[in-house]
Design a binder for this molecule. Structure first.
Ligand code: FES
Ligand SMILES: [Fe+2]
Length: 387
């Protein structure tokens, strides 16, 4: 985020503090609960949002060297992302072209080739089929045409993007709808991957993202944890196409009133929450970056799985540094897991009662309304095009 944006946002925060207001949507929004409970709706989301949109796969720091790879399955197709021998990021369907075995698991370092664990076919990091044991038994097989199926992958400004559909074009700049330069400004490529945790919970995947999108609940649900650090019910909101930035000021921001504007540094005094549409929440915390990548589980409307990744400015090489970030991560997980997710699971369970067909987003919840509206629009547009 550049300095002029930091100054603009800080001024807006002070204006809201002085007037005891917050960013407001134009109207109250009534949102159909079927968005979270309808199997038909989930099927559309899986087909459209998790196949046709660029998905964030991670930050560059997860794959620092040629041969480093990670696998990613939760979009519904098995993907392997690798840094090839020339240093470029490539993505492939994680499926051997002999009889379809899963080529690699987890994450790590592949060396020169991926070797299939079933019969030993091997593939270069560029996806080319390199070796077939007992080659004579496969006479006539076109090796050139039997490489791994490649997916569009782009590494830009420290972010790694993939579209999980073979043949799709990936244009990150267009996808980010103007948010790109702001993200580039954070130098995300310089962050180091600290840890990944995988959490699976009984709630619709969008409810996890909703959790991040309003501080209206801070003074009540988080009264004894993170609530006192922030101003409850005060946020800024800005949309970038379907993406968004929500700025949550910490109480410490009052310190900036005593400094000249040129010295205002917003980042230590906020949590900056970005939704990278459709399924990632990226949070710039004071001293680290978190990403939450959330996916539905199978065809279950009421279950989701998410990767929480922590990225830190310097690698944690000492025991005390590791302990510091481990504690930080534990606190993050405890807050959402002990406070937000139980509420979300209760909401999900309540849908079965049909107590309400529409929930209400107040004007003080503009980021939430923007996200859910963007999901509705993306699904509706795709349905309109194909019908
Ligand atoms: S399925 Fe991979 S080598 Fe046979
Ligand atoms: Fe919360």
């Amino acid at each position: 985020m550049d300095q002029s944006t930091q100054i603009r946002l800080t001024r807006e925060i002070f204006a809201h503090l002085d007037a005891r207001t917050t960013a407001q949507a134009d109207d109250v929004m009534y949102h159909a609960t079927s968005a979270y409970s309808s199997p038909q709706r989930l099927a559309l989301e899986k087909r459209i949002l998790f196949r046709e949109f660029p998905l964030l796969m991670g930050l560059s720091g997860q794959l620092p060297a040629p041969g480093d790879f990670l696998t990613d399955d939760f979009s519904g197709v098995p993907i392997v992302v690798v840094r090839d021998r020339k240093g470029a990021i490539r993505a492939f369907l994680n499926v051997c072209q002999h009889r379809g075995a899963r080529l690699v698991d987890g994450c790590g370092h592949a060396g020169r080739v991926f070797s299939c664990p079933y019969h030993g076919w091997s593939y270069g990091l560029d996806g080319k089929l390199m070796g077939i044991p007992d080659q004579d038994s496969f006479a006539g097989v076109d090796k050139e045409g039997r490489g791994l199926v490649e997916l569009s992958a782009v590494e830009q400004d420290g972010l790694i993007w993939v579209i999980p559909k073979a043949g799709a074009e990936l244009d990150v700049e267009t996808h980010l709808a103007g948010l790109g330069p702001e993200l580039a400004n954070y130098g995300l490529g310089g962050y180091h991957h600290h840890e990944t945790r995988v959490l699976q919970r009984k709630l619709n995947w969008k409810i996890v993202i909703d959790t991040f999108l309003e501080p209206y609940h801070f003074g009540v649900l988080h009264a004894n944890t993170v609530g006192p650090i922030f101003f409850p019910n005060l946020c800024l909101f800005e949309g970038f196409g379907p993406h968004l930035r929500e700025t949550l000021p910490r109480r410490s921001i009052e310190d900036l009133r005593n400094l000249p504007e040129a010295d205002w540094d917003l980042i230590p005094h906020t949590a900056l929450v970005y939704v990278l549409f459709p399924n990632t929440v990226l949070v710039m915390q004071i001293d680290h970056v978190e990403t939450w990548r959330v996916f539905p589980v199978g065809n279950k409307v009421d279950e989701c799985i998410m990767y929480l990744d922590f990225f830190v400015p310097e690698p944690a090489l000492t025991d005390s540094a590791k302990l510091h970030w481990d504690r930080n991560m534990d606190l993050t997980i405890r807050t959402v897991d002990e406070e937000d997710f139980p509420i979300g699971e209760g909401i999900q369970a309540g849908f079965a009662s049909a107590a309400q067909t529409k929930m209400i987003f107040g004007r003080n919840e503009p980021a939430l309304a923007h996200f859910e509206r963007a999901i509705n629009e993306a699904v509706d547009n795709a349905v309109r095009v194909t019908s």
